[in-house]
Write a protein that binds this ligand. Structure first.
Ligand SMILES: O=C(O)CCC(=O)C(=O)O
Length: 322
């Protein structure tokens, strides 16, 4: 199995994307120990049921209520306040000058991808044991942690083969831009992106078209709109601490934040650690078409693998590793 992060089924993209460029960044000795203290926390093991499993596969998504504690969510939310205020930064984060107006801050941050490579807190939540407990039950024991995203959907901001864990940090409502899913659309084949050889698997099927518009916001100009309309669209409101799990191939989006409050989320993507992964957080393919893998760049979060893998940079304990 090949895991391709650039799913040509992504249907709606948010305005500002900050891919954190870790470059040659390596935490110093003190920073590389920062998260070891969390090894002493004993989390109650999270359980999901066969009904939950069926729901994920039939409907395409599953909300697990209250999976993360109020303390965890407070810490994430405070961190996001500090980043927006320019009080906390890391290599690759946009520079926030304290003199920036509220609208300049919002323009600088809509989301940050992959800060787990440069910031201890993002690594800790990417490897949160209770999220991994659920991923393990839904997807299997060998888990590669591929990507993390922090969404800062401030008032007025527009909307946008893996398993995703979407953590609500604030109330997510229809008014402030909660997730919406086309329930059942996960059964569709991938509509391939021209030029990306990893998405061509179903291109011989009658009815599958080359998809040039995966990230086009305007529904009338997006080729996937006709596909999406075969399925009912369901909102997925969530409370702080709820975690929504969904597979990477379900059509989903979120709309603009039309309220006066922020809608914040932390999102993590995982895949089977025994899959060949050519993807390195959206950077160049660097010969991966010829079979060069990037597994060595992603953290083995649980289980084992015959393929290479990375270790946490900030000392986040990997629990229940074989
Ligand atoms: O939170 C959002 O607005 C969009 C999230 C999303 O598209 C994703 O997690 O894949």
């Amino acid at each position: 199995m090949v895991v391709e992060e650039n799913m040509s089924k992504a249907w709606n993209e948010s305005a500002t994307l900050q891919i954190v460029d870790a470059g040659e960044f390596q935490p110093d000795k003190t920073a590389s120990q920062l998260n070891t203290k969390y090894g002493s926390i004993l989390y109650e093991r999270a359980r999901v049921s066969t009904d939950d499993y069926r729901k994920l596969n039939q409907q395409g998504f599953l909300k697990v209520e209250g999976l993360l504690s109020a303390d965890d969510i407070r810490e994430l939310s405070q961190h996001m306040d500090d980043v927006l205020a320019g009080k906390e930064t890391a290599p690759g984060f946009p520079k926030i000058d304290p003199s920036f107006s509220a609208s300049q801050r919002v323009a600088a941050f809509s989301r940050i991808h992959n800060a787990h490579r440069v910031h201890a807190l993002h690594e800790r939540f990417l490897l949160h044991p209770r999220i991994l407990d659920v991923v393990e039950q839904l997807s299997g024991p060998d888990i590669l942690a591929l990507q993390s995203m922090a969404f800062f959907k401030e008032p007025g901001q527009p909307g946008q083969g893996l398993i995703a864990a979407w953590v609500a940090i604030s109330d997510a409502t229809e008014d402030n831009g909660c997730l919406w899913f086309r329930a059942g659309s996960q059964v569709e084949p991938t509509y391939p992106c021209p030029g990306n050889s990893f998405t061509q698997a179903a291109s011989g099927l009658d009815g599958v078209f080359q998809n040039f518009t995966a990230s086009v916001l305007e529904p009338t100009d997006n080729q996937l709109t006709g596909v999406a309309e075969r399925y009912p669209e369901i909102p997925c409101p969530a409370k702080p601490g709820d975690v929504v799990f969904f597979r990477g191939n379900i059509l989903h989006r979120s709309h603009a934040n039309n309220s006066s409050t922020s809608r914040r989320a932390f999102v993590a993507h995982y895949c089977d650690a025994r899959s060949f992964v050519p993807w390195n957080i959206g950077r160049g393919w660097e010969g991966m078409d010829e079979g060069k893998g990037a597994n060595n760049l992603h953290i083995l979060a649980r289980g084992g693998s015959h393929l290479p893998y990375a270790h946490p940079r900030f000392g986040t304990p990997i629990q229940r590793l074989r």
